[in-house]
Design a protein around this ligand. Structure first.
Ligand code: ADP
Ligand code: MG
Length: 347
């Protein structure tokens, strides 16, 4: 039985996992390399340390029964070391595949699931010899999020003005002419045991998620296909916990898998208010071996991320019964920083 759950990472996802754990009577211990991590406000205990600080890691593992994480970019070595002492779920080998956009896309294509065309790029020559993928997006193979480390290349001429730091490895992806973006959130409990939420429609601005809504305005065919693909991915990874798969839909209604997040996901925040069981509670249920309860939608819903300064307008606002405001209690307001979100349900 899990009484003390360790969570690596202290952002909003960690915070929302803590809140869900509390409801299940499970104590949370957060381990974060940010002393001011917002999850400090939501966990039972907080340990500040670098992700390679062996002493702090030992302290953390001594206090917990099981370890999970809120973001996928923790050094795999750290996860493996922890896993020798206390079980880590999802399994660290999954992070190894997904931390790198190239191995992630190779993995997906091996499953015969379509992604956009792509190629690994190590220098300017390799970039110039793949003009067939331009217009495209150049992304660092590791450590990107919210569009960080990404360059849009509309034309070969752009290469002159972009000052690309080739000490890092990149992936060049052909630009998909987007009609829509959706995500599917699935919680896998074990062999042939999973719960899936209906596809969520997402809108991004400047590569940052702006809004999410259910139902997604998509055909039944696309809905079924996206759910099938998410199930195949989760099965193939032998995944335990909540996983999110992001997709593109192009103008001809082709579905492309964009990326896999081996964790709870921003687009699933609305499940806290729209469903009987949220993506966060389901993650904890799955990893802690608790009962699997059938997910049921209670309301259609939409979620809006409150980014940067925007949060200030909401902190003293009165909300309707259909509105749910979440403040991540981040110490500092920064441009492009996700500060909170507002979910509105349809009553
Ligand atoms: P992140 O890890 O930052 O979420 P993504 O690869 O999901 O990175 O890119 C963020 C957003 O940028 C996507 O949701 C989409 O709106 C846009 N984008 C990324 N890659 C492509 C592409 N190949 N074609 C069209 N749009 C893209
Ligand atoms: Mg993404």
């Amino acid at each position: 039985m899990v009484e003390n759950l360790g969570i690596i990472g202290g952002g909003q996802l960690g915070s929302l996992l803590c809140t869900a754990a509390k409801k299940l009577n499970i104590k949370t211990i957060i381990f974060s390399d940010d002393e001011n991590a917002p999850a400090r406000n939501f966990c039972n205990e907080f340990i500040f340390g670098e992700y390679d600080d062996q002493e702090k890691i030992n302290l953390f593992t001594s206090k917990v029964d099981l370890v999970t994480f809120e973001f996928e970019n923790i050094p795999v070595e750290t996860l493996k070391l922890i896993n020798e002492v206390k079980k880590v779920l999802p399994k660290p080998r999954i992070n190894k595949i997904i931390q790198n956009r190239l191995s992630e896309k190779d993995f997906v294509n091996k499953l015969n699931i379509r992604t956009t065309s792509y190629v690994g790029v190590k220098n300017e020559n390799e970039l110039r010899s793949n003009v067939n993928l331009i217009p495209g997006i150049l992304k660092t193979t590791t450590l990107g999020y919210d569009g960080k480390g990404q360059f849009k290349i509309n034309d070969v001429k752009d290469l002159e003005r972009l000052n690309i730091d080739f000490s890092k490895d990149y992936i060049l992806e052909k630009l998909v002419k987007l009609k829509q973006e959706i995500s599917v959130i699935i919680t896998r409990f074990g062999h042939q045991k999973f719960e899936i939420y209906e596809p969520i429609e997402n809108h991004h601005e400047d590569q940052i998620l702006r809004t999410s809504k259910i139902p997604a305005n998509i055909s039944e065919k696309i809905s079924n296909l996206s759910i099938d693909h998410a199930t195949i991915v989760a099965d193939e990874l032998d995944y335990i916990g909540t996983l999110c798969v992001e997709y593109f839909i192009d103008k001809n209604d082709n579905l492309y898998l964009n990326e896999i997040a081996p964790r709870v996901h921003n687009s699933g925040h609305l499940t806290i208010n729209s469903h009987n069981i949220s993506q966060f509670e389901n993650h904890i249920r799955a990893i802690c071996g608790l009962e699997k309860i059938k997910v049921k939608k209670l309301h259609d819903a939409n979620m809006k991320n409150l980014i940067g300064d925007e949060i200030s307008n909401y902190r003293n606002k009165n909300f309707k019964d259909s509105e749910f405001f979440f403040d991540y209690l981040k110490k500092e307001i920064k441009n492009n920083r996700k500060m909170g979100h507002l979910t509105t349900i349809k009553l």
